[in-house]
Design a protein around this ligand. Structure first.
Ligand SMILES: Cc1ncc(COP(=O)(O)O)c(C=O)c1O
Length: 371
């Protein structure tokens, strides 16, 4: 990556803290994703990373019309921004089922699908769609070992898929299998773990097809296992990485084999120098995701920075460079975890051709786009 990539014309005019996205790097990351997937039809990027209509539109302009989302607001935003095949990867329950019916009705040209892992949820969802003379494709959510959602592969999972096939209002949409628990830095170890975890899913796929049931797609993985699942040649395979669109410091540190470009940074400023060797920045929990341990950001121009205190609006950093960083000094910070960082910002400032001037609203940070 160009070592000075984070500098751009107009940066001194930006308020701090603010989130900046680099459109050219985003386009390059998307092009790289297309190359890894082999075709746009095999790529279903997870848009929870950015929640931005403009990136969905950019994806569409590059032929990527499918996406995955985690919330109904993201689904609605993506449908409005031009995606034409949207998978909701969080089983809809309670009033969210009716909200989903409403969104599907509002965008009749968009192909919507959802994941399910529970027979009662599937039945209730089917009833709601059937009552409106509609249906929704439901993908069986398989637990690959993360133990977050899903059903373990095996006889009960096969039974649930058969049930989906006979539930009015539901069409069996294939299998969803996410392996977000696989964090091996070593690509060979990660490959082995991903292949081992996926093997029973491929067996399920074969046996369901042998029974004559449609399994239109296998939606697999996130960024760390993206190049691994991309080697599968089954025509139904779709790959659903998200973080690589913006690429953050956490993934860059953990997965050096994945060569994406950083495309998001936070502009922050020194607000105080409380003591020798220390600076305080306007980069608190409310501006950068803080669900993880430190470091929650890295500073490309300050490699020795050590974050020693972090509160709502303040970040205190120890650095040997403090003496040359008076209040007002601008610093560039790369979020460790970009997805929840984006959700903290109302808008992003956009850099294109090395300069800024525009903003994009982070539309889908809302829980609902309806008033
Ligand atoms: C279900 C699901 N699919 C795909 C992804 C994308 O993974 P990554 O952030 O590694 O790209 C996530 C991330 O949380 C996810 O929860």
């Amino acid at each position: 990556m160009n070592p000075g990539w984070f500098q751009f014309a107009g940066q001194q005019e930006l308020p701090s803290p603010c989130l900046v996205v680099h459109r050219d790097q985003i386009a390059q990351n998307l092009a790289r994703m297309l190359a890894t997937a082999g075709s746009a039809a095999r790529l279903r990027p997870h848009i929870k990373t950015h929640k931005l209509a403009q990136i969905v539109a950019l994806q569409s302009s590059m032929g990527i019309s499918k996406c995955k989302c985690a919330t109904l607001a993201e689904a609605e935003m993506a449908a409005g921004a031009g995606a034409n095949d949207i998978l909701l990867a969080l089983q809809p329950v309670g009033p969210n089922q009716e909200r989903l019916v409403g969104i599907v009705a509002r965008f009749p040209k968009v192909r919507f699908s959802t994941v399910v892992d529970d027979p009662a949820v599937a039945d209730a969802l089917g009833q709601r769609f059937h009552a409106r003379g509609r249906h929704i494709e439901a993908l069986l959510d398989i637990d690959l070992g993360q133990n977050r959602t899903g059903i373990l592969p095996g006889p009960a999972a096969l039974d649930l898929y058969r049930r989906l096939a006979r539930t009015p209002g539901i069409r069996p949409g294939g299998i969803h299998a996410y392996d977000g628990h696989l964090h091996q830095s070593d690509p060979a170890e990660r490959s082995k773990a991903a292949r081992d975890a996926l093997a029973p899913v491929l067996e399920m796929d074969t046996s369901l097809r042998e029974e004559g049931l449609p399994v239109p797609r296998l939606v697999l993985g996130g960024t760390p296992t993206f190049p691994i699942h991309a080697q599968l040649t089954l025509p139904s395979v779709e790959l659903s990485p998200g973080t690589c669109v913006l690429w953050d410091a956490g993934y860059a540190a953990r997965y050096p084999d994945l060569e994406y470009l950083h495309a998001a940074q936070i502009i922050t400023r020194v607000v105080s120098r409380p003591s020798q060797g220390r600076i305080c920045l306007d980069l608190g929990h409310k501006a950068v995701a803080s669900e993880m341990a430190q470091p929650r950001v890295t500073f490309p121009a300050l490699p020795d920075a050590k974050i020693v205190l972090h509160s709502e609006e303040h970040m205190v950093v120890e650095t040997a460079e403090a003496g040359r960083l008076p209040p007002g000094t601008l610093l560039h910070a790369i979020p460790w975890h970009v997805c929840p960082t984006v959700a903290l910002h109302e808008r992003v400032h956009v850099v294109q051709n090395g300069q800024t001037g525009r903003t994009w609203p982070v539309t889908a940070r809302a829980r609902s786009l309806q008033p």
